[in-house]
Design a binder for this molecule. Structure first.
Ligand code: SF4
Ligand code: SF4
Length: 212
């Protein structure tokens, strides 16, 4: 899931200041779970902005161009009437709405990371979309996101009692977690093997992606 956090009210107000009439788009999926752009937050935004809002709609998944076409179809005239569209979703949703309309689009939220859900409102950063997944080698623990230094060969000298020096020994050391997993699975050859530096071109090559 894509984790988002609504921008501070002052930042939103500064961004929307030049645009007297707004159409507001919410997200029925990730931003709803993040409580940054679901029904409740869209209603709060609409109430706060008052008659500046010419209309609003929650799109099931604003990151999906097909769903934007479907869910915004009946709001086309209202969007036409707006000076800008305020999108309460992740940056992907904002860009997909930008593809949908030639209106100015404005992001109401900051996109933080791709997360695993602990419970409503609590998420863990688990994937950087590096384009070359090595979870098979690391006991299912991602060293890119979970190691503070993104090390491919760890742990570094900053691990103490399974905790990471970065952030004051609050977070688990990813490489200790990897070690424990691989040890319990009797796959220590994966722990001791050397991993060469990452090929960042794979990230670039994943720019446009098709699963077919
Ligand atoms: S190794 Fe790369 S693709 Fe796999 S979980 Fe980590 S960041 Fe994501
Ligand atoms: S202590 Fe562990 S998690 Fe922290 S930077 Fe070093 S290897 Fe990575």
């Amino acid at each position: 899931m894509i984790i988002t956090k609504q921008k501070p009210v002052e930042a939103i107000d500064k961004m929307i200041a030049p645009f007297p009439k707004l159409f507001v788009v919410g997200c029925g999926t990730c931003a709803t779970k993040c409580m940054s752009g679901g029904e409740e937050q869209v209603k709060e935004m609409v109430e706060r902005l008052g008659n500046r809002v010419v209309g609003f709609q929650i799109v099931e998944e604003p990151c999906d161009k097909r769903l934007n076409r479907r869910d915004l179809k009946e709001y086309r005239e209202l969007i036409k009437d707006a000076d800008a569209v305020l999108v309460m979703s992740c940056g992907i949703g904002v860009q997909a709405i930008n593809d949908y309309t030639d209106k100015i689009v404005l992001p109401a939220s900051d996109t933080l990371f791709m997360g695993e859900t602990e419970r409503f409102g609590i998420f863990h950063n688990r994937c950087y979309a590096c384009g070359d997944c090595i979870l098979d080698e690391t006991g299912g623990v991602c060293p890119i996101t979970r190691c503070a230094k993104g090390l491919l060969n760890g742990p570094c000298g900053g691990t103490v009692d399974g905790k990471c020096e970065v952030g004051g020994y609050e977070e688990d050391c990813a490489w200790t977690l990897i070690y424990e997993r691989l040890r319990d699975q009797d796959r220590m050859e994966l722990f001791t093997m050397f991993r060469p530096p990452r090929d960042f071109s794979k990230k670039v090559l994943a720019f446009h992606h098709t699963t077919r």
